[in-house]
Ligand binder design. Structure first.
Ligand SMILES: Cc1cc2nc3c(=O)[nH]c(=O)nc-3n(C[C@H](O)[C@H](O)[C@H](O)COP(=O)(O)OP(=O)(O)OC[C@H]3O[C@@H](n4cnc5c(N)ncnc54)[C@H](O)[C@@H]3O)c2cc1C
Length: 395
């Protein structure tokens, strides 16, 4: 039986493993981080396209159980003026309303579901090298000195992918998108310093003067929030030294001049605050050779603005497994997978990068942007199923 060595147990890895088992292939996931390591911060939103792909492999239930839904998005200007509301993209289909979930929780439940479906997951296995044996089998070497052998390798090892570097040492490095993102979560029913929480199943978005702020309320009454702030790349040392209090103080300055609840919500948050530089990979030239292939962020990381990286990673895993099931030979399957995926994912990366670059600076530019948002939201019949979230995989 073909046996896939899947490098990375984040989002794409466990999904690919489950899909491969459905396709009749064996798979083991090798994750660098030891089992039970602490949460890696931040939360994300899965849209209908990602949720439908999970449903195709019977893995949507556990994700729905740990995430909170939203169907409506409301937008406000920096003065707190209501600009309009619309259904969230993809919210029209039963069971596919966008879901917000802490990233570490999503990865954990996907790994647990993969194990329940018969996948082996090994922790503390950081890939360092790949070699091909004369009879075509692949050997993965790990930092702990151990090895694993299989018939193919799937690089699901994220934006700093080791598999990508081994496939193509000249692959372009991640590009800084000119912003950092800070995300946080208040305690359940935390007092928000006079600000009212977003209504149930609603995202509130604020076009602030110095940055964009979004928030939603979880069923336990806590507020998930994020802030996208334009700025230069922060050094490793600056990120390592950053504390929740440092991020809170920084955002207090960013949102001080706005008449929105952003500053109060940030101030009401405890230590569950994390900030990161934002990067993307607009186009990775080499996605595969005959035995190894990239999926998820390893192939096409996107800026967080379109909130699609995890949904695309899930789509990749399912489409790749379908190609390995339906096409003869690994090389043909990898080529088929790239043909089906490259154009779509690069379009999403470009869309997200364009959103990250949109930064009206003067008051006049900001008013024009608000007027445009208002016009767009006032247009009747906003499509809840578009090219992005309407993507479905015929498994
Ligand atoms: C601030 C922020 C907000 C975001 N918001 C959203 C959102 O709202 N919606 C959305 O869809 N996406 C969002 N994303 C993007 C999303 O998190 C990623 O696109 C998604 O996690 C990609 O999944 P992946 O499995 O490809 O990579 P990852 O989730 O990064 O997983 C890679 C895994 O590989 C492991 N690994 C790395 N190197 C090795 C190695 N050498 N050997 C073994 N294992 C290794 C890592 O430990 C990790 O577990 C956001 C990203 C950021 C930074």
């Amino acid at each position: 039986m073909a046996h896939a060595l899947i490098i990375g147990g984040g989002v794409a890895g466990p999904v690919a493993a489950m899909a491969l088992r459905r396709a009749g292939l064996d798979a083991t996931v090798y994750e660098a981080v030891p089992a039970g390591a602490g949460p890696s911060g931040s939360f994300l939103t899965l849209f209908a396209n990602g949720l439908a792909a999970l449903r195709a492999i019977g893995a949507d239930g556990p994700v729905r159980a740990v995430s909170c839904p939203a169907d409506t998005v409301e937008s406000y200007s920096e003065t707190g003026r209501f600009l309009g509301r619309r259904p969230m993209s993809g919210s029209g289909e039963a069971g596919l309303s966008p879901r917000t979930v802490p990233r570490a929780v999503l990865c954990r439940v996907l790994r647990e579901e993969a194990v329940r479906q018969g996948v082996r997951v090994e922790h503390g296995k950081r890939l360092v090298g790949l070699t091909t044996r004369s009879h075509g089998r692949m050997v993965a070497s790990f930092a702990d000195g151990t090895h694993a052998e299989g018939t193919l390798v799937i690089g699901a090892d994220g934006i700093r992918s080791r598999v990508r570097a081994l496939l193509d040492p000249a692959a372009p490095p991640p590009r800084h998108t000119g912003q950092f993102t800070v995300s946080g979560r208040t305690g359940p029913r935390a007092a928000l310093g006079g600000a009212e929480p977003a209504p149930p199943r609603t995202y509130r978005m604020y076009y602030g003067r110095g940055g964009f702020f979004g928030c939603t309320t979880a069923p336990d009454g806590s507020t998930f929030w994020f802030a996208n702030v334009p700025g230069p790349e922060l050094s490793r040392a600056a990120l390592a030294a950053a504390t929740p209090d440092g991020w809170r103080r920084r955002l207090a300055e960013v949102f001080a001049a706005d008449r929105t609840p952003a500053a109060a919500i940030v101030a009401a948050t405890g230590d569950d605050v994390v900030g990161v530089n934002c990067y993307d990979l607009p186009s990775t030239p080499v996605w595969h050779d005959e035995r190894a292939v990239l999926i998820g962020d390893a192939a096409h990381a996107t800026a967080p603005n379109a909130a699609q990286g995890a949904s695309l990673a899930i789509e990749d895993g399912v489409v790749l497994a379908r190609c390995l099931r339906d096409l003869p030979g690994t090389a043909r399957a990898f080529a088929g997978y790239e043909r089906l995926r490259r154009e779509r994912v690069e379009r999403v990366v470009a869309l997200s990068a364009a959103l990250a670059r949109r930064r009206p600076v003067t008051a006049e530019e900001r008013r024009a942007r608000d007027a445009e948002v208002e016009r767009r939201l006032a247009r009747p019949g906003h499509p809840v199923r578009d090219w992005l979230t309407g993507y479905r995989i015929d498994w």
